[in-house]
Design a binder for this molecule. Structure first.
Ligand code: XMP
Length: 532
């Protein structure tokens, strides 16, 4: 395959022709669906970035934005202090699509009137299509289709020159447009799956109205990044910390393709991973990297650092501190390291209104963030522009095994925060066994991808039981299975009764030392996903 011939960011070389990477921008007004909009656009093959709602028209012009999508918002258009975009976005001459609040604010800025609806619309609704020229091309006039609504505002009067495209029973203006200026608005959410033909509507916007090309693919991205890393790192040496997760594994695999022997991977085994995870990392990387794969067995050291600690934050800090010490000591044995490769993802870098949920400050999240400054290393972050699902497809292209590619999110402090109270070697072994049964059963039921996280928590509680004719006094474990889109909010999974029964039977029968299993039925908020 041809290698990209330019090092300039934002350009890519696909199939031998030089092409500007086209970007469209989602302006974030605080909707829970903002990231989902961006992901849907990328799924369509168009690169998309998220910016705060008040990004200036000048900055968007400099960025070369080919179109803007205005997200929904928990705010109301007519309320005081409602978030407003730079009105000069109309002068950019690029197509605009307002979703829900985004439609209201565009219409208001253009001279329309928005008011509180007498009836809030939330959930599924039917819209009837009236105009099939652009946004609803491929539909027929009078067609009704199911959409997902969540709004309290209602567009009362269209601005001059605008036309209605669709209506619902409750709102005669469910979609509207100023076709001459290529400004469109939908009251409903085309990005959610409950909007049956949402994909068609977004595709009409991207390909018919904006005339974009679907060039954003992970294969192109890989070529682009390889070239970029190659230019950046040159003949210097680069180090990467493998954690057992998909982000660091994909980072290492990309960097290795770019710089080959220049990369050394360090896998610090903290003994706090789930059953089989450390082995999966070693099995993939050790044969490929040979002596450039450093396995550091630090299990004892982490246990020692955790000894006597019961406070969750103290445990987190001990794990973080120990990791840095071990990693630094190992790095010091590798001469000439100038770069650190890190698996930072796009959700961590967006300055988004809606993204930062309260949990960011409730628990101190451990990552390798402090290392580059301490070790005076320059950073290489090939995944900075990607969402998690894109990282997973990249992992597949790179040939990583499914255990790594489809691993569920896992906290940095690992099993240390799933063992409530003190972490000891015995309790770790117990937790790992119970947890592996949960993982196995969730897999067997085909629920691995349908649930966000599924795991076991070892409680510092003993309960009385009876096994055979004997009284037992043993450990209680909790099973936690949640569904979520982004980890910010979550609901407990309504697992089938049979599956719950099997989990309980297997755990109690197969893991000596456990005589009671409880299922956690708390949602987030008010609970969090992890117990600590
Ligand atoms: P909570 O428990 O706050 O978790 O609802 C939200 C998501 O974050 C993960 N999590 C962590 N990840 N270091 C991490 O890297 C941590 O200390 C940590 N604590 C929680 C958790 O697994 C869930 O996906």
């Amino acid at each position: 395959m041809a290698v990209a011939a330019t090092g300039v960011e934002g350009f890519l070389h696909a199939a031998g022709e030089r092409r500007v990477r086209e970007v469209i921008v989602v302006l974030d007004f605080g909707s829970q669906y903002t990231q989902l909009i961006a992901r849907r656009v990328r799924e369509a093959g168009v690169y998309c970035e998220i910016y705060p709602y008040d990004a200036s028209a000048d900055s968007l012009r400099k960025l070369g934005a080919k179109a803007l999508i205005l997200s929904g918002s928990p705010a109301s258009v007519y309320a005081q202090g409602a978030p407003k975009p730079d009105p000069r976005i109309f002068d950019l001459g690029v197509p605009l699509l307002g979703i829900c609040y985004g439609m209201g604010i565009l219409a208001e800025l253009a001279g329309g009137a928005v008011a509180a609806a007498q009836k809030r619309e939330y959930g599924a609704a039917e819209i009837t299509i009236q105009d099939t020229a652009d946004l609803f091309a491929g539909f027929y006039r009078g067609e009704t289709t199911r959409v997902w609504m969540s709004h309290g505002d209602r567009l009362e009067r269209l601005p001059d020159g605008w036309i209605a495209l669709a209506r619902t029973g409750n709102s005669p203006l469910a979609a509207c447009a100023d076709p001459g200026r290529r400004v469109f608005g939908v009251q409903f959410h085309p990005e959610v799956v409950h909007t049956v033909r949402g994909r068609d509507i977004l595709h009409n916007f991207l390909f018919r109205i904006c005339r974009l090309e679907a060039t954003w693919t992970m294969e192109n991205f890989l070529l682009e990044q390889e070239k970029k890393i190659c230019d950046q790192v040159g003949r210097d040496r680069i180090i990467c910390a493998l954690s057992g997760g998909v982000d660091s594994a994909v980072t290492a695999a990309i960097v290795e393709r770019a710089v080959g022997d220049g990369l050394t991977c360090v896998f610090v085994d903290n003994g706090l991973l789930r059953k089989g995870e450390a082995e999966a990392v070693c099995a993939f990387f050790a044969p490929r990297f040979g002596r450039r794969f450093r396995y550091v067995d630090a299990r004892e050291r982490f246990l020692h650092a955790l000894r006597g600690l019961v406070d969750p934050e103290e445990k987190r800090k001990a794990v973080g501190r120990t990791f840095i010490e071990v990693f630094e000591a190992e790095a010091a044995t590798i001469p000439g390291i100038a770069y650190l490769a890190q698996g930072t993802l796009y959700p961590d870098v967006i300055e988004s209104v809606s993204f930062r949920g309260p949990s960011a400050t409730i628990k101190s999240h451990h990552n390798v963030g402090g290392l580059p400054e301490r070790m005076r290393l320059k950073l290489v972050e090939p995944l900075r522009e990607l969402f998690k699902d894109e990282v997973r497809s990249l992992g597949e292209i790179l040939g990583l095994p499914p255990e790594i590619v489809h691993r569920q999110p896992f906290p940095g402090p690992g099993l240390a925060i799933r063992i409530i109270g003190e972490v000891t070697a015995e309790r770790l072994a117990l937790e790992r066994e119970v947890d592996s049964i949960v993982v196995e059963e969730i897999h067997a039921a085909g629920l691995q991808k349908l649930t966000w996280q599924a795991f076991a928590v070892l409680l510092p509680v003993k309960s009385v039981g009876v096994m055979g004719d004997e009284r037992t006094y043993d450990n209680v474990v909790a099973v936690r299975v949640v569904t979520s889109v982004d980890g910010m909010t979550a609901d407990w999974a309504r697992l089938p009764e049979d599956l719950l029964a099997r989990l309980s039977n297997r755990i109690i029968n197969e893991v000596p030392g456990v005589n009671r299993v409880v299922y956690d039925i708390s949602s987030k908020p008010p609970a969090t996903i992890e117990w600590e």
